[in-house]
Design a protein around this ligand. Structure first.
Ligand SMILES: Nc1ncnc2c1ncn2[C@@H]1O[C@H](COP(=O)(O)OP(=O)(O)OP(=O)(O)O)[C@@H](O)[C@H]1O
Ligand SMILES: [Mg+2]
Length: 319
């Protein structure tokens, strides 16, 4: 085993999966270092849940190889299962049981002793702010409480690698931040997180590395900042008090987008302080007044829209 493999929580090479003649994964390669958060992004139906299901041994791939937590996915499936936790896109909570009973059931499945099971359930209820709710049936929980209980159930087995499939879908901003804090704490303890999300802000906040899945392949991979730098879209928006100001500014600024009705110009820019100063100096020199200025740097939403979607759309070429 090489050092890289040893430090990797997940390595994937050439993973393929089709449902009938529908190719969902068309040769996926991934490497997730231990103790990091890796986020897989993709439109609805891109194959995120399919990837999570394969890597957590719930379904098998058609081709390719993967190691999870140091074990071969197919040859050592039991060892993989023992080392991972999965919080699926759809809840695993049993509605008829209380929160505490759900946790104790998980403890049983992990063959923990009665005492150890109770101890761990109590600690998790406390950690996830579910002490009161723990005595009530899960059918009475709100969506956010159910999400927390779901993740708590995943943690009963103290997994080294956790798959979170859209963990905060439907949560309010406060609950979402609560979930982010829990994820950060887990990573600080050395756990590796494989996260899928539709909230790009979430990937931006949490992920060490992000990959974008589109039409069965990864079309981009890197840190949030690397991905943002790869796409155009940064600009400075200038609004003028009258058309005269706009007309006077136009010849000074090179290639710009002009909106006569809003009296604005959009100047492509990296948004840096230096380019901003150059621009303002140039206008100032000619005595042109700007009524309002805003700087737009590409966010992950821009990256996502540039990289995924309609196959007929013109794509940004990367790599
Ligand atoms: N058991 C199955 N049988 C047939 N097709 C399937 C099956 N499971 C998934 N698919 C198809 O595979 C594709 C990928 O589905 P998947 O659930 O992995 O997408 P996803 O990226 O998780 O989407 P979402 O963001 O909506 O959760 C979809 O077109 C889906 O219809
Ligand atoms: Mg899904």
């Amino acid at each position: 085993m090489t050092t890289t493999q040893f430090q990797s929580a997940i390595t994937v090479t050439g993973l393929r999966k089709s449902f009938a003649d529908h190719v969902v994964l068309d040769g996926l390669d991934l490497d997730v270092p231990r103790g990091t958060v890796f986020s897989l992004l993709g439109a609805n139906g891109a194959g995120k849940t399919t990837t999570v299901k394969i890597l957590s041994t719930l379904i098998s791939a058609d081709a390719g190889a993967a190691r999870v937590a140091g074990h071969d996915l197919t040859a050592e499936a039991d060892a993989v299962r023992a080392a991972i936790g999965v919080t699926g896109q759809f809840s695993a909570v049993d509605n008829l049981l209380t929160g505490e009973e759900n946790l104790l059931l998980m403890a049983d499945l992990h063959h923990l002793s009665h005492r150890e099971g109770r101890r761990r359930a109590a600690r998790l209820l406390d950690q996830f702010d579910l002490v009161e709710a723990g005595r009530k049936p899960a059918s009475t929980y709100s969506g956010g409480m159910r999400r927390r209980l779901d993740l708590a159930m995943t943690l009963v087995g103290s997994p080294q690698v956790i798959f979170l499939d859209e963990p905060t879908t439907g949560l309010d901003p406060r609950s979402r931040r609560g979930m982010w804090r829990i994820v950060r704490d887990l990573v600080a303890d050395g756990v590796t997180i494989f996260l899928t999300t539709q909230y790009l802000e979430e990937a931006d906040e949490l992920a060490d590395r992000i990959a974008v899945l589109d039409h069965g392949r990864l079309v981009a991979e890197g840190t949030a900042d690397e991905l943002k730098r790869r796409i155009p879209g940064g600009h400075i928006r200038l609004r003028f008090a009258d058309p005269r100001g706009l007309d006077a500014a136009l010849p000074l600024l090179g290639q710009v987008f002009r909106d006569n009705d809003a009296l604005t110009l959009r100047v492509p820019s990296d948004g840096g302080v230096r380019s901003l100063k150059t621009l303002l100096d140039r206008l100032d020199h000619r005595g042109i007044e700007v009524a309002e200025l805003s700087v737009h740097t590409p966010d992950l939403d821009d990256v996502f829209l540039a990289l995924t979607g309609n196959p007929d759309d013109q794509k940004v070429t990367i790599r």
